[in-house]
Design a protein around this ligand. Structure first.
Ligand code: ZN
Length: 287
């Protein structure tokens, strides 16, 4: 028929571009001024004045803008039209009040989404959401798979610990006999001391020690109960052990000068109760 689409940026009907055979062309509703104005406002092509020869192609309408009919009594014509619309033996007519709303070449906000049940646009959006959800689920599964160390050998765990970015600093990892040692080493006057250690056995049981004494499992039972199964559990236990060793460190170490005194040079009294504070204030007031 030789129609060209008048929609912004559309190449339907232009010889240089291939136009899908299923694309249909629809004349502007020139006899209905209000509707015609809506078409013009919808079309991002500014200042376009449609003529009786102007057409907008079907790519700019939602599927819910069409009615499908099977009422054509002329079988030959019906078959010919049906072929144009794919293999379905149906005719499509634009609804009387349909307004073009899909302009893929224009900024996205100029296209409106279909709210009907046959909404191609929103169906695509929801399937995109589904795909996104599926992708996230796969990601989570792969994370859990990587985190699972049930079937890993102690050497595999060493490799994973070396690759672990969230590992607290200062720990050394060694395999000794059939156990894995993850420990903190402190060197004082050339004498090394293991200040804290996590010992992982082949059966995945964990023993924690700080300053040469074993730490009750209740100190980390919120992080690990029973045998070790996941890398994230191990990383959390290592972090807990580091903080336990630092607490033990501070408790044992003598106070350095300058610490533990207030600004007047007197040892600070803690806790200062309210009565003592009041008495101090009274004494100051009396002077
Ligand atoms: Zn078009």
């Amino acid at each position: 028929m030789g129609y060209k689409c008048a929609a912004f940026g559309c190449t339907s009907g232009y010889k240089r571009y291939a136009t899908d055979k299923a694309v249909t062309f629809h004349s502007f509703p020139l006899t209905n001024k209000e509707l015609c104005d809506r078409w013009n406002r919808a079309n991002p092509r500014q200042g376009y004045t449609p003529t009786p020869h102007s057409r907008i192609c079907s790519l700019h309408f939602r599927s819910c803008d069409f009615v499908e009919e099977r009422t054509d009594s002329n079988m030959a014509r019906r078959k010919r039209k049906a072929k144009l619309l794919g293999d379905k033996l149906v005719n499509r007519y634009l609804k009387e009040d349909a307004v073009p709303s899909i302009f893929p070449q224009a900024p996205e906000y100029l296209s409106t989404k279909c709210s009907g049940p046959r909404a191609t646009v929103s169906a695509t959006a929801s399937s995109r959401l589904e795909q996104e959800a599926q992708r996230l689920e796969e990601l989570e599964q792969s994370f859990h798979a990587a985190d699972d160390i049930t079937d890993d050998s102690l050497d595999d765990i060493i490799d994973k610990l070396k690759a672990e970015t969230a590992l607290p600093t200062g720990f050394t990892v060694t395999k000794s006999d059939s156990v894995l040692l993850i420990y903190l080493l402190q060197v004082s006057d050339s004498i090394p001391t293991i200040t804290a250690c996590i010992t992982l056995h082949g059966d995945r049981s964990v023993v924690v020690s700080v300053d040469g004494k074993s730490v009750a499992a209740s100190h980390f039972s919120d992080l690990l109960k029973g045998p070790l199964r996941r890398m994230s559990q191990l990383v959390n236990v290592i972090a807990r052990v580091k903080s336990l060793s630092q607490t033990a460190d501070n408790a044992c170490r003598p106070l350095k000068s300058g610490k533990g005194t207030d600004s007047s040079g007197q040892p600070s009294q803690r806790p200062i109760d309210q009565k003592a504070q009041d008495r101090q204030a009274d004494e100051q007031a009396a002077q």
